[in-house]
Write a protein that binds this ligand. Structure first.
Ligand code: 3AM
Length: 304
């Protein structure tokens, strides 16, 4: 006898297949039953989070961070739901998958294509920085695509609000993937989140244009040394304009490294640049995130 398929539901969301699994979070496809809209549900185990206080702080930070962000090139956080055991972060569904799969499948991009992604990346990163939000783990795996092939930055799990930065205004936690990390991040001397993010954008631009990483080595110490010395070779086919911009971003000295206003004035960057047009959202309160972590049966925080 055919038994009816049990459809799991969380609030107004019909939960579908698992998209991915991280250390602390499982990501599942879901559908808003009222609107038919697709979403990505990031599911976190409350128990595990509360056992690990550091992680709990990090997740609260992620939620708070994303609530401040409303940009067409950043994965949107719609709302946060909680049951007794789980926390559900409802995210915009990026149906185009990861940019990294595109590079792995199609190889390096033509300069116009790479420039378009890079312009969207810089526009979104600049928006986040102006709100005191630093990603700190920018890499192609965190760059998703929507149905129109637009970039969507995801995973703010490692970002920090500038108000949480140390007394000297610098961030002190070393994190992120070494290949994309700035020299000063690896040096763990305390660093400025904005300039460190720009370095990662430079590594991403290099990878989009060349199809491989600027800094690679199986030995971690050698890799660190290469990054610290900004020791890399630009492929000969790169245009002088692209090469010049990469050199200005991959400057190991964070104080002389190019900043966003100068990138926006760069001739190679400016070609066909159309900054994103969007409406601002009112700033959300940060303290209501605490409610989701309380031992309540179900709590809802609606952001839309
Ligand atoms: O496991 P893979 O790498 O295939 O791309 C993300 C990753 O896929 C995907 O979930 C997996 C674990 O992070 N993912 C994360 N957020 C997403 C979103 N908002 C997403 N896929 C679509 N939309």
């Amino acid at each position: 006898m055919n038994r009816p398929k049990v459809q799991r539901r969380v609030g107004k969301y019909e939960v579908g297949k698992t998209i991915g699994q991280g250390t602390f979070a499982k990501v599942r496809y879901a559908k808003n039953a009222e609107t038919g809209e697709s979403v990505a549900l990031k599911i976190l185990d409350k128990q595990k989070l509360l056992k690990n206080n550091k992680m709990s702080v990090q997740i609260k930070r992620e939620i708070s961070t994303m609530k401040l962000i409303n940009h067409p090139n950043v994965v949107r956080l719609y709302e946060v739901l909680a049951s007794k055991t789980k926390i559900y972060i409802v995210l915009e569904f990026a149906m185009g998958g990861e940019l990294v799969d595109k590079i792995r499948h199609d190889g390096r991009l033509k300069e116009d294509g790479a420039r378009r992604y890079f312009q969207q990346l810089i526009n979104a990163v600049d928006y986040c920085h102006s709100r005191g939000v630093y990603h700190r783990d920018l890499k192609p795996e965190n760059l998703l695509l929507d149905g129109q092939g637009n970039l969507k930055i995801s995973d703010f799990g490692l970002s920090a609000l500038s108000r949480q930065a140390g007394g000297d205004g610098l961030l002190h936690t070393t994190c992120g993937t070494p290949n994309y990390a700035a020299p000063e991040v690896l040096g763990d001397q305390g660093y400025d989140g904005a300039t460190a993010d720009l370095w990662s954008c430079g590594v991403i631009l290099f990878e989009l244009l060349s199809g491989h990483l600027p800094f690679e080595d199986s030995n971690l110490l050698t890799l660190y040394n290469k990054i610290t010395a900004a020791e890399y070779n630009c492929p000969y086919w790169l245009s002088p304009g692209a090469k010049n911009l990469i050199v200005r971003i991959l400057d190991p000295n964070p104080t002389t490294r190019i900043k966003v206003p100068e990138i926006l004035e760069d001739a190679w960057f400016k070609k066909d640049y159309k900054p994103a047009v969007f409406e601002e959202r009112e700033e959300a309160k940060l303290d209501d995130v605490e409610d989701v972590f309380k031992d309540s049966e179900v709590s809802h925080i609606y952001l839309i």
